[in-house]
Design a protein around this ligand. Structure first.
Ligand code: IPM
Ligand code: MG
Length: 351
């Protein structure tokens, strides 16, 4: 297969994990005889510094030319601590999602056997937890009308019927391929937007008689996720709730550095870790590259290259089993491995 990949490394730890992701892709493509090419483009604070725009036109064009985007992370504290900044790195990520029509963000939450004790939750509670959060990605408060002055500010949580229908359809399709249990997460007891979600879900549910649909308020879902994570198979929710719940989900696995995601829709798909740019760790070679590596696995699987994906997943498991781990998940007394060392070890496993 020919694969043209746009690489958006972004900010903070982004470039370090991106390098590992690209190495993994090259290695797997060489092994399976795929022809891969990479085009590097700016995004986030790095793009603001050079062009003034967090998602420059040239980056957009590179994404359009590509079969897939391998994205790392954006964000920089100099913007976080300045609420008056009008241009922010995160806008680059949001612009990419919107312009590429990536309305569905697939975030798998899984556990790794050898990391069960690493979760702050009891091992017997998280063992076997395995669910997908399908997060709506181009609507809601992230993109609704906004206003801010010195005394008043608002964000609008707007959702339209077609937006809700298409994301629910994606969720039902995933549920059908898994354990056929869909949980629609909303706040229908308070929010009008949530009531429309629930109404549409109730209309659609009879079309999927093979799937059990249940409905849960987001506050309750947040509790259930850590009390009984095995309850969930596929959950679907709006943009803001999905953002919050998936950070919580990473606690189940044991580290934010473990969770990949795929953003799909009408344009070029994007494969990105769920974590941010962790600016404090930039350049220190301590960031966990596994979320990025697993995003590469999701990329291959998206194109039906299941063996390639499985090979990467086996190599990741092997690295964890061999305690070739970055510091935040290393065992007491374990050797020191950095981003590069973990990456190199995994690449060798792939050969
Ligand atoms: C995520 C991130 C982004 C989001 C930020 C960086 C804008 O937290 O992908 O979850 O809120 O969507
Ligand atoms: Mg987030």
């Amino acid at each position: 297969m020919n694969l043209k990949i746009a690489v958006l490394a972004g900010d903070g730890i982004g470039p370090e994990i991106s390098t590992v992701g690209v190495e993994v892709m090259k290695t797997v493509c060489a092994k399976f005889g795929h022809n891969v090419s990479f085009e590097y483009a700016l995004c986030g604070a790095a793009a603001i510094d050079q062009t003034g725009d967090p998602f420059p036109e040239a980056t957009y064009e590179a994404c359009l030319r590509a079969d897939a985007v391998l994205f790392s992370a954006v964000g920089d504290p100099k913007y976080d601590n300045d609420p008056t900044a009008t241009v922010r790195p995160e806008q680059g990520l949001l612009a990419m999602r919107k312009k590429l029509g990536l309305f569905a963000n697939i975030r798998p939450v899984q556990t790794f056997k050898c990391l069960l004790h690493h979760s702050p939750l009891r091992a017997e509670l998280v063992e076997g937890a395995d669910f997908l959060c399908i997060r709506e990605l181009t609507g809601g408060m992230y993109f609704g009308e906004k206003y801010q002055d010195n005394d008043r500010a608002y964000d609008t949580n707007l959702y339209t019927r077609p937006e809700i229908e298409r994301i629910l359809k994606v969720a039902y399709e995933y549920a059908r391929q898994r354990r056929r249990h869909l949980t629609v997460v909303d706040k229908a007891n308070v929010l009008a937007s949530s009531r429309l979600w629930r109404q549409i879900a109730q209309e659609m549910a009879p079309r999927y008689p093979d799937v059990t649909t249940d409905y849960m308020f987001v506050d309750n879902a947040a509790m259930r996720m850590i009390q009984d994570p095995r309850f969930f198979d596929v959950m679907v929710t709006e943009n803001t709730f999905g953002d919050i719940l998936t950070d919580e989900g990473s606690v189940i696995s044991g580290s934010m550095g473990l969770l990949p995601s795929a953003s799909i829709g009408t344009g070029t798909p994007v494969f990105e870790p769920i974590h941010g740019s962790w600016p404090q760790a930039a350049g220190l070679n301590i960031a966990n590259p596994l979320a990025q590596i697993l995003s590469v696995a999701m990329l291959f699987e998206h194109f039906g290259l299941m063996e390639e994906g499985a090979l990467i997943r086996r190599a990741v498991d092997a690295s964890l089993d061999a305690c070739v781990r970055t510091p935040e998940i290393q065992v007491v007394g374990g050797l020191q491995y950095g981003t590069r060392e973990v990456g190199r070890w995994i690449v060798r496993q792939l050969l």
